[in-house]
Write a protein that binds this ligand. Structure first.
Ligand SMILES: Cc1ncc(COP(=O)(O)O)c(C=O)c1O
Length: 389
């Protein structure tokens, strides 16, 4: 009955786990949430205040499918400040959630059968969006021994005549690693030799850097004029996951096609949400600085606890994830995550959802309260100690 592409649809495992644990919560079980990449703290108050004011003022009608002009203008100026170049306003598109950008871009530049290179481990939507578009996935394996940095010789091995797109993500979900400037410049210099290959630079965690001055956007090399499309959004840094709004910056012709696709599917993004984002961008830096300190504190605590185990892990320096491996325990992470959920109510995501060769890893999003984190880390450490004995 369903089409071939529909048969391949995978969705996002995190949401499937969320449904499962919410069902357990409805039955009265206490759940400790480490499965979704969703900041624990509330959206800073000026943001919902602005949204409500906007609704009350009657800003509740259709808007341009490009997105609100003033919001796009503020994205243009933020890009100048943070990435050193000023895109034309028609290089900026507002979308419903940043997630949709991945699907839109693949749809716009690939034909079924073309190839897309994605990081492994990497964000599961890259896999789903490729499958939904009938393109072939080539996994760029990132190795913990090399701090999950991109290895150019591996990229070169994967490029073929059918390659249309390479997706990179820094800071990364699920590893929490920021790519070095050197890795990214080298990557850009290789890709720029190929006329028909684009780069999607997923920078949704760019404001969440746990070490200062580490983040580099390769969009600054291309100014998003030829090869590079930047994916960014408001969900993570501003704790606005439920607002469902994102932003793409790219070459005008690509953005125009993405706009038409977005217009075809959702028409436009709710105008009061776009207003709220104008306020988010202007928000006092202190809001974010406070959250960053909190993430650093949690990261340091997790690292200290994991050092008491035989888990293999790379210390994250961006985003809010860690991706430890149970390899030394020869413990499959599907089994481990099920056990941890059943015994202690701790929700994690098994590694095989993030690509190939990840069956020993699990992802922990350190976005919960410190109290929940302390409880959960103690339980995980105890479980592993008992497992060994
Ligand atoms: C790497 C990455 N890209 C994109 C997204 C999508 O973000 P949004 O919630 O704005 O759609 C996420 C969300 O988890 C993510 O982790």
């Amino acid at each position: 009955m369903a089409s071939k592409l529909a048969k391949n649809l995978k969705g996002q495992k995190m949401f499937q786990i969320l449904n499962q644990v919410q069902e357990l919560e409805r039955k009265g079980k206490k759940i400790y949430h480490f499965e979704l990449g969703e900041p624990f703290h509330k959206t800073p108050k000026p943001i919902p205040d602005r949204m409500i004011k906007s609704i009350r003022k009657g800003n509740t009608k259709y808007t341009s499918s490009f997105g609100n002009y003033d919001l796009r203008k503020s994205i243009v100026s933020t890009t100048k400040k943070t990435r050193g170049f000023q895109p034309d306003i028609n290089q900026v598109l507002i979308t419903t959630g940043a997630n949709s950008i991945i699907y839109y871009l693949i749809k716009i530049i690939c034909n079924p059968g073309d190839e897309v290179i994605i990081p492994s481990p990497g964000f599961p939507t890259y896999i789903s969006a490729c499958k939904a578009n009938g393109v072939k996935i080539k996994y760029l394996k990132l190795n913990d021994k090399n701090n999950y940095q991109i290895e150019i010789k591996e990229v070169k091995k994967l490029i073929s005549k059918k390659t249309k797109l390479i997706i990179i993500n820094s800071p990364s979900n699920p590893t929490g690693v920021i790519q070095t400037k050197e890795s990214l410049v080298e990557l850009y210099n290789v890709i720029k030799r190929y006329n028909n290959i684009f780069i999607l630079s997923d920078e949704i965690y760019s404001r969440i850097t746990l070490e200062k001055n580490k983040f580099f956007s390769l969009s600054s090399l291309d100014k998003c004029l030829k090869k590079v499309v930047v994916l960014n959004g408001f969900s993570k840094a501003f704790s606005m996951t439920g607002y469902r709004i994102g932003c793409a910056i790219g070459p005008k012709e690509i953005i125009e096609k993405m706009r038409l696709l977005s217009e075809t599917i959702v028409s436009c993004v709710p105008p009061f949400i776009q207003d709220a984002c104008i306020t988010a961008i202007k928000l006092n830096k202190n809001f974010l600085e406070k959250d960053l300190l909190e993430y650093v504190r949690k990261r340091d605590y997790i690292v200290k606890k994991l050092q008491q185990t035989r888990l293999i892990f790379v210390e994250p320096n961006g985003g809010f994830y860690i991706f430890p491996s149970l390899k030394k325990y020869k413990l499959d992470s599907e089994f481990f995550c099920k056990q941890i959920l059943k015994r202690y109510g701790i929700a994690l995501v098994p590694g095989n959802n993030f690509g190939v060769n990840c069956k020993y890893n699990f992802r922990l999003a350190f976005t919960s309260s410190f109290k929940d984190l302390r409880y959960s880390m103690n339980k995980i450490v105890t479980y592993l100690k008992n497992y060994e004995n």
